[in-house]
Design a protein around this ligand. Structure first.
Ligand code: FAD
Length: 506
């Protein structure tokens, strides 16, 4: 590393990870840094990744991006949660909605009251006590303060968007803030013989691009972190056996849901993501239990409008890098690991890696303690999200061989403990600053069929009639509130319609 001049950072890859990193660096780093991004149009990007979680709003806000402008530019729609259809068993449905379910009373969480009401036979599904869930299932949308009572919560939201348009949007943003883009294919990664650090990248054109730091956003290829530096890959296929996906867009439909739908099928599941100009669909499946042709036929048979293309295949191995930061390379995005898109966590993991890098922002020299802490946080985050995704598979009551295998697998110890804590005593504890909250775990564990055997002493002590009245009041409050909201389509038309949406809606 040269001692003089700004710290030079080279971002390898121009997918969602590359351009989110470039946009954040362009916005937050001062003159002491220079940022360059290399991408190859010949290789292209993975081209999927359309559903997000509410944290993305913080990323956009931190960059000063206007929400409505972003929605118009990316053909985005609103997302209030994810509906899981047929996951417990055929005919079942529940939602992991963003936002609270019920309201805590006294010292114990709502889930304790709910589970007692459930055992007594009068509590409804979590849907009944969650404003996001109620509004979503009525295809309604609202932003900001509640309309009927201050005691009603605001609805957190995320987005469905066209990932390639988001990358293009961020490219413009990053280039306007000094990030330099280079088109070209990297064919050699050069390293210092003594330290092992990466010193430069040779492009097919012959140009050598040098840098102090390299951010590997090269996708599943993991060009630097995996291929050049040999950071190993911890394979989680034994817990998350799906290893292939097919993605296909279909025509826009009138049933314009403000939520992602995930429907379980014989050897995997299908996603449905409505955008303003089209619907994104895909099938995630396990090749040991079904063929590519069967998966494609089933995907196409379950579209709710004509396909706009032929299904595009993608292969993956679920798992994570042993070290996401090795030498002077930090992996962001798919190069650092892959968790299937069931809970829309990959783009969030990019955002979280970026904020971690900015926290530790390396100067000219590497600090071992910072690298170790970065990697510890990376592993913690990945493992907690992995457990949450495995949970959906593990608690199924379906009949097919794939689902039986999922039910019978040995769970990660951390997950088995959580399930036992909820099943036996109704306890849910958020582990430090893991991504998913108690409410998220509650909705999925309840949706996948668990009613705890007992509740907190406070919830057990409340008179039955009072508990029933409390649950009914909450439900009535949220129904009344949701009834005031416009439809999702009307809300978009009024605030943030992209030109194609205006034409389709006319
Ligand atoms: C089936 C599926 C569905 C998904 N759905 C979601 C979702 O709903 N929500 C979500 O949050 N995430 C989702 N994801 C994950 C999401 O797609 C990725 O996290 C996101 O797109 C980031 O990808 P990336 O930028 O890391 O990689 P890529 O998009 O693959 O980009 C890699 C970049 O590296 C460049 N590159 C590679 N090699 C070279 C080279 N030798 N020289 C020069 N450039 C090179 C490429 O040109 C490209 O620009 C999904 C993933 C899959 C597989």
């Amino acid at each position: 590393m040269g001692e003089a001049g700004p710290v030079s950072i080279v971002i390898v890859g121009g997918g969602t990870a590359g351009w989110m990193t470039a946009a954040a660096f362009g916005h937050f780093l001062d003159q002491g840094f220079s940022v360059r991004l290399i991408e190859s149009e010949a290789i292209g990007t993975i081209g999927v990744g359309e559903a997000t979680i509410p944290q993305i709003r913080m990323f956009n806000q931190a960059l000063g991006i206007d929400e409505n402008a972003f929605i118009r530019a990316t053909q985005a729609t609103f997302k209030l949660g994810i509906e899981f259809v047929d996951w417990l068993r055929p005919g079942s449905s529940y939602m992991h909605a963003f936002g609270d379910v019920g309201r805590a009373v006294g010292l114990c969480g709502f889930h304790h009251y709910w589970s007692r009401g459930r055992r007594l036979g009068f509590a409804g599904p979590t849907h009944d006590y969650c404003l996001n869930d109620i509004a979503a299932k009525q295809d309604r949308m609202h932003r900001g303060a509640p309309l009927t009572a201050q005691t009603v919560p605001q609805m957190p939201h995320a987005f469905h968007f066209d990932a390639s348009l988001y990358a293009a949007f961020l490219r413009e943003f990053a280039e306007a803030r000094g990030v330099v883009r280079t088109e070209g294919m990297i064919d050699e990664v050069q390293r210092d013989g003594l330290s092992g650090d990466v010193t430069g990248l040779r492009l097919q054109s012959g140009e050598i691009v040098t840098g102090d730091w390299f951010v590997d956003c090269s996708g599943l290829r993991a060009l630097l972190i995996g291929q050049a530096l040999g950071s190993g890959y911890q394979d989680w296929t034994h817990w998350l056996p799906c290893d292939r996906a097919l993605a296909v867009p279909s025509e826009r439909v009138d049933h314009f849901t403000p939520y992602t739908r995930s429907t379980a099928h014989a050897a995997g599941w299908q996603w449905r993501i409505p955008l303003q100009h089209r619907t994104g669909n895909g099938r995630v499946y396990c090749s040991a239990f079904t063929s590519d042709d069967e998966a494609a036929d089933s995907l196409l048979a379950h579209l709710d409008a004509p396909a706009l293309d032929t299904p595009r295949p993608i292969r993956f191995t679920t798992g994570r890098r042993q070290e996401a930061w090795k030498h002077n390379v930090i992996a962001v995005g798919l190069s650092s690991g892959f968790l299937e898109p069931l809970e829309s966590t990959s783009i969030h993991l990019i955002q979280s890696a970026i904020s971690r890098i900015l926290k530790f922002m390396p100067g000219k020299h590497q600090v071992q303690a910072e690298r170790d802490e970065y990697n510890r946080q990376f592993v913690f985050e990945m493992e907690r999200i992995r457990d949450f995704i495995v949970l959906h598979y593990a608690l199924n009551e379906r009949d097919e061989p794939f689902w039986r295998a999922c039910r019978e697998m040995e769970l990660p110890g951390s997950l088995a403990e959580r399930i036992a804590l909820f099943r036996e005593g109704g306890h849910i504890f958020r582990d430090a600053d893991e991504l998913f909250s108690e409410v998220a775990w509650f909705q999925v564990m309840a949706g996948q069929g668990i009613t705890p055997a007992k509740s907190h002493a406070m919830a057990e002590a409340i008179p039955e009639a009072d508990l029933k009245a409390y649950l009914e009041t909450l439900n009535a409050l949220y129904l009344r509130e949701a009834a005031r909201y416009p439809s999702h389509a009307d809300f978009i038309a009024r605030h943030c319609a992209a030109p194609a949406f205006r034409m389709a809606a006319a």
